[in-house]
Design a binder for this molecule. Structure first.
Ligand code: UTP
Length: 404
């Protein structure tokens, strides 16, 4: 794209300010800017919708509860172990987030949660993986999604630690796709005079990014049928848990979600439920008040909070491709160019555009809510202190016998 074309193209989209500094740029910088403009997906901005979405008829889900699992564990596990042994399941770690709430300068997985020794979040999660490998006697493929910003550091961290002893030909890194950021009026930010401001496109971008990176070939070649997708935050979670896999398959569900019972109606977690008969996850701010606190036999009816640990069927995941996932507006403090200077605000000044993994569940015909004990499997690290923090995670890790 040359300057003249870019000008017309941007004017048609109300984004001509992106060429504001063009006159001040070197030839090389101009080429970079024009390339960024060419690679920017402007249609996402056009479709931005600030009105809250309409919610259909909400009904509760029938989960496999902790008690059910205790009774049927052997049966579930034997099916799951078999599938892992046959190589039909792989794991996908979502590590492309910016972890801004933690306020740590580096990829979140490299954060040292140890007290008397070095113990990174990545290492803890790899240890959890090893405990499954021990049972199945077979390593599984592990896909790790990073971002443009943290990819190099993440890969180097694994290399420096010799992939924690895991076969490195089974670990595949891929970089998450990006989306433009914009101000509250939808004007796309410039990050530098010659760079459009781009940010990771949300955790719902994982499957399309995996496919765009060319790694779908590995899945086809290896006949991988299921993907266990998990976040980097939860340091207690079980990865490729045979019982979870077996339960999802035995219940003939197309997808599974590990859930925990909410501690109170106000807890800020997304809740699994059915919307017009289809599985869905309602964000904590979307659940109507009267449903949020509804109880039956002393228990919350809508109590199953998602933990960002899902099992997806690869075949069905293709339904979520071709731009079908909606973009959400996340208000963030975004560094950008203003009057010739790069400003780094400490208050939200615009939107990051994010697709969400919870929206993928809607495309599945069925989703098994699989309840785990939160004390044993849910220790998210979102903040440095307070709720869902390094402090609470350390406490739970210690309770589970992990030497910190
Ligand atoms: P969060 O929703 O906690 O977002 O991510 P975040 O960006 O990591 O953290 P904050 O909100 O800035 O504090 C939940 C999971 O989704 C991944 C994260 O790495 C984490 O595992 N994620 C999030 C991505 O992989 N890509 C994204 O664009 C966003």
């Amino acid at each position: 794209m040359d300057y003249e074309r870019a000008k017309i193209y941007l004017e048609e989209r109300g984004q001509q300010h992106l060429l504001k500094y063009y006159g001040e740029l070197s030839e090389e910088e101009r080429a970079q800017l024009l390339k960024d403009i060419e690679n920017t997906n402007f249609s996402i901005i056009k479709k931005l919708n600030k009105t809250p979405k309409k919610i259909g008829k909400i009904t509760p889900v029938n989960a496999v509860t902790v008690q059910d699992i205790k009774r049927r564990r052997l049966q579930f596990e034997s099916v799951g172990l078999n599938m892992l042994h046959e190589g039909k399941v792989a794991a996908v770690l979502l590590a492309g987030g910016q972890g801004s709430r933690l306020g740590y300068d580096g990829p979140k997985g490299t954060f040292n949660i140890g007290v008397t020794r070095e113990l990174s979040i990545f290492e803890l999660q790899m240890n959890n993986i090893f405990s499954v490998v021990k049972k199945t006697g077979r390593y599984f493929h592990l896909f790790i999604m990073t971002s443009v910003q943290n990819n190099e550091e993440t890969v180097q961290f694994f290399k420096d630690r010799k992939f924690f002893g895991y076969p490195n030909d089974l670990i595949h890194f891929f970089i998450q796709d990006v989306a433009p950021t914009c101000d509250f009026d939808g004007k796309i930010f410039l990050d530098r005079k010659n760079r459009v401001s781009l940010a990771p496109n949300g955790n719902g971008g994982w499957y399309s990014s995996l496919v765009n990176s060319g790694l779908a070939r590995v899945m086809e070649h290896e006949n991988i049928e299921w993907l266990n997708v998990y976040g980097v935050d939860n340091v207690l979670q079980k990865i490729c848990d045979p019982s979870f896999i077996g339960a999802t398959v035995l219940k003939q569900c197309r997808c599974g979600a590990k859930v925990v019972s909410k501690t109170c109606p106000e807890e800020k977690v997304g809740v699994m439920c059915n919307e017009d008969g289809k599985p869905t996850v309602l964000e904590y701010f979307e659940i109507p008040e009267h449903l949020k606190s509804k109880t039956r036999k002393g228990e919350l009816v809508y109590r199953f909070g998602v933990t960002l640990n899902y099992l997806f069927n690869v075949h069905d995941l293709n339904l979520t491709l071709s731009g079908r996932l909606p973009y959400h507006l996340a208000e963030k403090a975004i560094p950008h160019m203003e009057d010739g200077e790069r400003v780094v605000p400490n208050q939200p000044c615009g939107y990051k555009l994010e697709t969400l993994i919870v929206d993928m569940v809607k495309f599945m015909d069925s989703c098994l809510a699989y309840e785990v004990e939160r004390e044993k499997e849910f220790a998210p690290v979102k903040n440095l202190s307070g709720t869902d923090s390094v402090d609470t995670a350390r406490e739970l890790l210690a309770k589970n016998g992990i030497t910190l």
